[in-house]
Ligand binder design. Structure first.
Ligand SMILES: Nc1ncnc2c1ncn2[C@@H]1O[C@H](COP(=O)(O)O)[C@@H](OP(=O)(O)O)[C@H]1O
Ligand SMILES: [Mg+2]
Ligand SMILES: [Mg+2]
Ligand SMILES: [Mg+2]
Length: 409
C-alpha cells in the first residue's frame, strides 16, 4: 500500500510540476494581453455603475502604454537629436519627434484594433521625399522601447518591421473622421512650438465611438508629477531632468472619472483620481491660455478675466497640458479665443483633454456655450474656440465671453 502511494506520488508530482511550468507563461501572456495587471493600471471608478461596467479597459491600457512609449521617443529627441524641424504648408512646424511618435502609436493601435480608423495630425510625404530624414526617424522609432520587453511585445506588438512599413503606418492616420464607428484621434506632439522651445507639450490620444469621446490619454513629460503643485509658467524640459518630479500621464474613460499617474519608462504606475478644484468665487480663478498669441487671443482673454474680477495674471502654456492642469485642480479655467474667423480647431488638439476635464467634473464648450462636436470630420467645424471651467462657474464665464466677443446671446 505504502509502496503504491510512493509510486503514485513519484509519477504525479513531476507531472504536476511539468504541467504548471508549461501553463504559467501562457497565463502570463494572456494576462498581459487581455487583462491589465491589477496593481499597475488599477482603475479607480467614480461611480458605482462604472464598477459593474469596466468598459474600454483594454483600450485604456493600450492607449496609456502607446502614449508612454511615444513620449519616451519625444524625450529622446529633445535630449539627443537635432529636432529635424520642417515647416508644413500652413507654416507650422513638424519635427522628427512628431513623425516617430505617430508611427509608434498607430503601430500599437493596429496591433490591437486592426479595424479601427485613425485621424492623426501628420503624414509621411516629407519622409518619402527625404531619405536622410526618413532614416533618422527610423532609427528613433527602432530605439524607442518600454523597459518591459514582454509588455512591449505582447501589448504594443513589438517593433515595426521596416522603414517603408513605418511610412505606411504613419499614413494610416488619414481617416476623414466622422459620426460613425470607432475612430482614434492622435496628436503625436501637441504644442510642437512648446516642444521646440523646451516648454510644455503633450502626446495625445483619444478614442471616439460614433463621434463621442470614450477614452482620452495625455502624456505630459514636462508637467510636475504632483497634482497639487500650483500652475506655473516656465517649467519645461530642463526641469524634467530632476529625477521623479516631472512627467505625468492623464487619462479618462467616459463615465469612469479621470486620473493622473507618474510617467515612467517601465510598468504603468497606479492611477490617482483627479478632480477640478472647487471654485466658490470666480474672482479667485487662475486661468490658462496658449503661449502663442496666434492660437488664442490674449487681449480678449485679458478683457474677459478683468470683467470676471480675476486679478491673477494668466498662466501661459503650450498644448493640452492646459486641460490636464485644470482637470487636476492646478488651475481653474482654460480660455481659447479665436484669433481668425476662418480657423477650424483640429479634433486631435482637443479630444483627449475635453474628456479628461469633463470626467474631472468640469465643463468644456466653445465660446457660444455649445459642447465640442467631434463628429464632423477632422476639424471641429461647428465650434469656435474653447472654454473649459468648473461647472459651477461655466455659465458665468460664457456670459462674459459672449459679451466681450460680441457673440449672439
Ligand atoms: N490659428 C490657430 N488658432 C488656434 N489653434 C491653432 C492655430 N494654428 C495652429 N493651431 C493649433 O494650436 C495647437 C497648439 O495649441 P497651443 O497653442 O494650445 O499649444 C497646434 O497643435 P500642434 O502643436 O500639434 O501643431 C495647432 O494645431
Ligand atoms: Mg502641428
Ligand atoms: Mg496639436
Ligand atoms: Mg501636433
Amino acid at each position: 500500500m505504502r509502496k503504491s502511494l510512493k509510486t503514485t506520488l513519484l509519477i504525479t508530482v513531476p507531472l504536476l510540476v511539468l504541467a504548471i511550468s508549461l501553463l504559467l507563461p501562457r497565463v502570463r501572456l494572456l494576462t498581459a494581453h487581455f487583462l491589465p495587471s491589477s496593481s499597475s493600471i488599477a482603475l479607480r471608478h467614480s461611480s458605482t455603475s462604472a464598477l459593474s461596467n469596466m468598459a474600454f479597459e483594454k483600450e485604456l491600457q493600450v492607449a496609456l502604454l502607446a502614449v508612454q512609449r511615444a513620449t519616451l521617443l519625444t524625450k529622446s529627441v529633445f535630449h539627443s537629436h537635432a529636432k529635424g524641424t520642417l515647416s508644413k504648408n500652413d507654416a507650422s512646424p513638424v519635427t522628427i519627434g512628431d513623425f516617430g511618435a505617430q508611427a509608434l502609436i498607430i503601430s500599437a493601435l493596429q496591433h490591437n484594433f486592426p479595424n479601427d480608423e485613425i485621424v492623426a495630425e501628420e503624414e509621411a510625404k516629407d519622409l518619402r521625399e527625404n531619405s536622410q530624414l526618413r532614416e533618422t526617424v527610423w532609427e528613433l522609432v527602432q530605439a524607442a522601447k518600454l523597459s518591459d520587453a514582454q509588455v512591449e511585445k505582447d501589448v504594443l506588438g513589438g517593433a515595426i518591421s521596416s522603414a517603408d512599413s513605418m511610412l505606411d503606418i504613419i499614413d494610416k492616420g488619414d481617416s476623414k473622421g466622422g459620426s460613425s464607428g470607432r475612430i482614434w484621434a492622435i496628436d503625436p506632439i501637441d504644442g510642437t512650438k512648446g516642444f521646440l522651445r523646451g516648454g510644455q507639450y503633450a502626446v495625445c490620444l483619444a478614442l471616439m465611438v460614433d463621434g463621442d469621446v470614450k477614452v482620452g490619454v495625455l502624456g505630459c513629460p514636462n508637467l510636475p508629477v504632483s497634482d497639487s503643485e500650483p500652475l506655473k509658467e516656465g517649467i519645461g524640459a530642463d526641469a524634467s531632468d530632476e529625477e521623479g518630479r516631472f512627467g505625468v500621464l492623464f487619462s479618462a474613460v467616459q463615465g469612469q472619472g479621470a486620473e493622473s499617474r507618474p510617467f515612467t519608462a517601465g510598468a504603468l504606475k497606479e492611477g490617482k483620481s483627479i478632480q477640478m478644484k472647487p471654485l466658490s468665487n470666480i474672482a479667485d480663478a487662475t486661468f490658462c491660455e496658449s503661449v502663442e498669441a496666434g492660437h488664442s487671443s490674449q487681449g480678449d482673454a485679458a478683457n474677459i478675466a478683468s470683467k470676471l474680477g480675476i486679478t491673477k495674471p494668466s498662466v501661459r502654456m503650450d498644448s493640452q497640458a492646459k486641460y490636464g492642469s485644470i482637470a487636476r485642480g492646478a488651475g481653474d479655467l482654460y480660455l481659447r479665443l479665436p484669433v481668425r474667423k476662418d480657423y477650424q480647431e483640429k479634433i486631435w488638439d482637443h479630444a483627449a483633454g475635453d474628456l479628461i476635464v469633463r470626467e474631472a467634473g468640469g465643463m468644456v464648450t466653445d465660446v457660444d456655450g455649445q459642447k465640442l462636436d467631434f463628429s464632423h470630420g477632422r476639424t471641429l467645424k461647428e465650434n469656435k474656440g474653447v472654454i473649459a471651467a468648473p461647472k459651477s462657474v461655466h455659465g458665468k464665464v460664457i456670459e462674459v465671453v459672449k459679451e466681450v466677443l460680441g457673440r449672439p446671446t
